[in-house]
Design a protein around this ligand. Structure first.
Ligand code: NAD
Length: 295
């Protein structure tokens, strides 16, 4: 069993930290929010007073923070992770951040003698709590192999996507696809309904035909066909419009940097920005169905 530091105990990090403690690891937990630390202690972790205290004895340092600027600050600020950790410790950042932010964090950490992985996740809070996340990992193969048993305590699929930043690249492309496919699925249900089919009839046909996709069969944006969909709970999240917008903006930035054409990704970003402006920021991203229906 390993000594693990866990920094960032929010919606996702709290369940991930608890699963590491449940698996028998010695976990020291830190968050700026004292209540989040108290919850982690109740779930079997030890409280740390700050980032430096958290990482002092750690073999693995996991961060689950809102955005790239938080990761860079927690890593590189005075009193931060790199100033306090052993150089043998492996840095594993599970936050969703920009590809270039992940690459620059790993390279800056490398210059200071540290190994670092980007390991963003797919699957929301339910998967974080259940330990069924999918990890997409970028970094050296040996570091990936070292991290794998730790990540397996928090997830059911752990993929090595290639060198540093490739985990974030996989995540950003995947979530752009999700954002687009949710809009396309919503347009299809709306069209079918306007042409005289009810949602269940269209679902029964299209889920067995070539339109089938995850946004339809696991997360149907039209109320009815998939019981667990947010559509059946007034579009309560789930995965919010704000989170989808963040991910589509990361995809746009990544595409700009790579000269990749993402015409539909750009349109998806604009549509979710509109939902955000309409005050639907905290609703599940599948609320785009309601927007299309009313539009
Ligand atoms: P969250 O805002 O609930 O949690 C982030 C936590 O980080 C907060 O508790 C905050 O207090 C803490 N924090 C911020 N700055 C800190 C610092 N300097 N030191 C210590 N703690 C600090 O966010 P979340 O929903 O848990 O998401 C975390 C990451 O996971 C994000 O990058 C998000 O994009 C990604 N993600 C979220 C989901 C989801 O469904 N929520 C799914 C996949 C990926």
């Amino acid at each position: 069993m390993s000594n693990i530091a866990f920094i960032g105990l929010g919606n996702m990090g709290s369940g991930m930290c608890a699963n590491l403690a449940d698996a028998g690891h010695q976990v020291r937990a830190f968050d700026l929010n004292p209540q989040a630390v108290a919850n982690a202690v109740a779930a079997g972790a030890m409280a740390a007073t700050d980032a430096a205290d958290c990482v002092a004895d750690a073999a693995f340092i996991i961060t689950m923070l809102p955005a790239g600027k938080h990761v860079h600050s927690v890593y590189f600020d005075d009193g931060g992770v790199l100033a306090s950790a052993s150089k043998d410790a492996l840095l594993i950042d599970c936050s969703t951040i920009a590809v270039d932010e992940a690459r620059s964090a790993a390279s800056k950490a490398g210059e200071q003698g540290f190994s670092a992985l980007d390991a963003p996740v797919s699957g929301g809070v339910a998967a974080a709590n259940a330990g069924t996340l999918t990890f997409m990992v970028g970094g050296e193969t040996a570091d990936f192999e070292r991290a794998k048993p730790i990540l397996e305590a928090m997830g059911k699929n752990v993929f090595h996507a290639g060198p540093s930043g490739n985990g974030q690249a996989a995540k950003t492309a995947n979530n752009m696809l999700l954002g687009i496919s949710m809009i396309a699925t919503s347009e299809a249900f709306n069209l079918a309904e306007k042409l005289g089919l009810d949602a269940q009839t269209f679902f029964d046909i299209s889920s067995k035909a070539s339109g089938q996709c995850w946004s339809m069969t696991s997360y149907c944006p039209a109320p009815g066909p998939v019981a667990a969909s947010p559509a059946n709970n007034d579009y309560e999240p789930g995965f919010t419009v704000a989170m989808m917008l963040k991910d589509l903006r990361l995809a746009q930035d990544a595409a700009d940097g790579a000269s990749a054409s993402i015409a539909f990704g750009k349109q998806a970003e604009q549509l979710y920005a509109q939902l955000d402006q309409e005050g639907l920021t905290g609703k599940d991203f599948s609320v785009v169905m309601r927007h299309i229906k009313n539009g």
